[in-house]
Design a protein around this ligand. Sequence first.
Ligand SMILES: Nc1ncnc2c1ncn2[C@@H]1O[C@H](COP(=O)(O)OP(=O)(O)OP(=O)(O)O)[C@@H](O)[C@H]1O
Length: 267
Amino acid sequence: MSLLKTENVVMQFGGVVAVNDLNIDIKKGELAALIGPNGAGKTTAFNVITGVYAPTKGKVLFSPVDSVGVTNEIDITARKPNKITNLGIARTFQNIRLFKELTVMENVLVATHQNVDFNFLSATLRLPKAIRGELKAKQDCELLLDRMGLIDLKDEKASSLPYGQQRHLEIARALATDPQLLLLDEPAAGMNPQETDELTDLILKLKTDFGLTIFMIEHHMDLVMEISDHIYVLDFGCTIAKGTPDQIQNDPKVIEAYLGVDADVED
Ligand SMILES: Nc1ncnc2c1ncn2[C@@H]1O[C@H](COP(=O)(O)OP(=O)(O)OP(=O)(O)O)[C@@H](O)[C@H]1O
């Protein structure tokens, strides 16, 4: 069953067609990757999916399961980013965006605010509902940090964490919004081999233990080929290939796009 689909999405900036006729179909429980050379349109595609940009053409359709277990396809094209997060799509960014001066716990707590079931008045007046809500949010965050292997660091400042753990914290913040689809934008960027191995284990755990559907932009090909179920390849905004890791690795168009040489491409 599809969780996210894009239908003929085009995103144009003036004369630049950053994304051209993008058709993506991500199934529930799948780990899909979006790859392609620099400037291929990958982040732009994520920005259209998450409502940062309204596409020039095309649709984005999301089919989350609601609180009573019913799945409805929702047209999320050009909805506001916070509405899309509320519907169940969370993302991380190429550049880590933590509150560096806040603790690990505070960083995750801030991200949960949208799930907290009390309003400004009850929070200001410290009404029982607000106190219960705060307590529940704190317990949920501790549980999440525990599952993410960050619980022993909960009182550390985010800025004091090693780079790899900052990336894990960024993912924990995304998970705190209770997503059904997690978009990871270059999660392995800047990581050393050991950090990349730990990240690989974490992403697999998110898929198997958390039951998440994941869509990931990544340049680190070993990582992509090892864990992806399905791969989309963009070049100059166009989808030049889609398929399993085996199919993609042997596709001459993909080899040509990456190496910039004629690899006997058959039209
Ligand atoms: N806001 C914008 N205004 C104008 N052009 C843009 C904008 N955002 C992206 N572009 C252009 O769209 C194209 C695709 O950029 P995008 O950042 O999506 O590529 P990418 O595949 O994510 O690249 P990288 O791997 O380097 O992050 C590029 O030519 C880029 O300059």
